[in-house]
Design a protein around this ligand. Structure first.
Ligand code: IDP
Ligand code: MG
Length: 153
């Protein structure tokens, strides 16, 4: 089982999309294993978006990510990293395919409702960035054998 990070961005929190976003992942069969509301600050964003700090749009991205609290969520499932990443859709919301979170809920490159980890390695680093080990819940999954065949587990 993999674990991945999905952040519901401030704009989506303000727009009242928290429930719809979480529902989509639950419906898919992903398991919520950690969740909290947090106010991000400049220091954590500089680390989280280190690959973008020099970009001309970074100041507005930073302000957008601090404009309201975010919802930090961790999801578990077989190939959860790529599944959640594909559910998010293309970074540029106007190009995101309908059916994806961005393709259904946004019209913007910056205001694109969610962050998702882009690889297993990144997911491990990002989960450790935002959660403590004790924030994760390891609870039974009674429906597991209805969600997957035994050879997938
Ligand atoms: P991702 O969120 O799809 O992984 P990244 O390239 O890691 O995309 O960029 C992080 C975030 O920075 C994006 O989700 C988006 O909010 C913002 N961003 C990336 N590129 C641009 C751009 O060219 N203009 C405005 N915002 C951008
Ligand atoms: Mg990224």
């Amino acid at each position: 089982m993999e674990r991945t990070l999905l952040i519901i961005k401030p704009g989506a929190v303000q727009r009242g999309l928290i429930g719809q976003i979480i529902t989509r992942l639950e419906n898919r069969g992903l398991k919520l294993v950690a969740m909290k509301m947090a106010q991000l600050d400049k220091d954590i964003l500089k680390v989280h978006y280190a690959h973008l700090v020099e970009k001309p749009f970074y100041p507005t991205l930073e302000a957008s990510m601090m404009a309201a609290p975010v919802i930090l969520t961790a999801w578990e499932g077989v190939q959860a990293v790529s599944v959640v990443r594909e559910m998010a859709g293309a970074t540029e919301g106007k190009k995101a395919v309908p059916g994806t979170l961005r393709g259904d809920f946004c019209m913007s490159h910056q205001e694109n409702v969610v962050h998702t980890s882009d690889s297993l390695e990144t997911a491990e680093k990002e989960l450790a960035r935002f959660f403590k080990p004790e924030d994760f819940f390891d609870y039974p999954s009674p429906l597991l054998y209805y969600l997957y065949s035994t050879d997938e587990l």
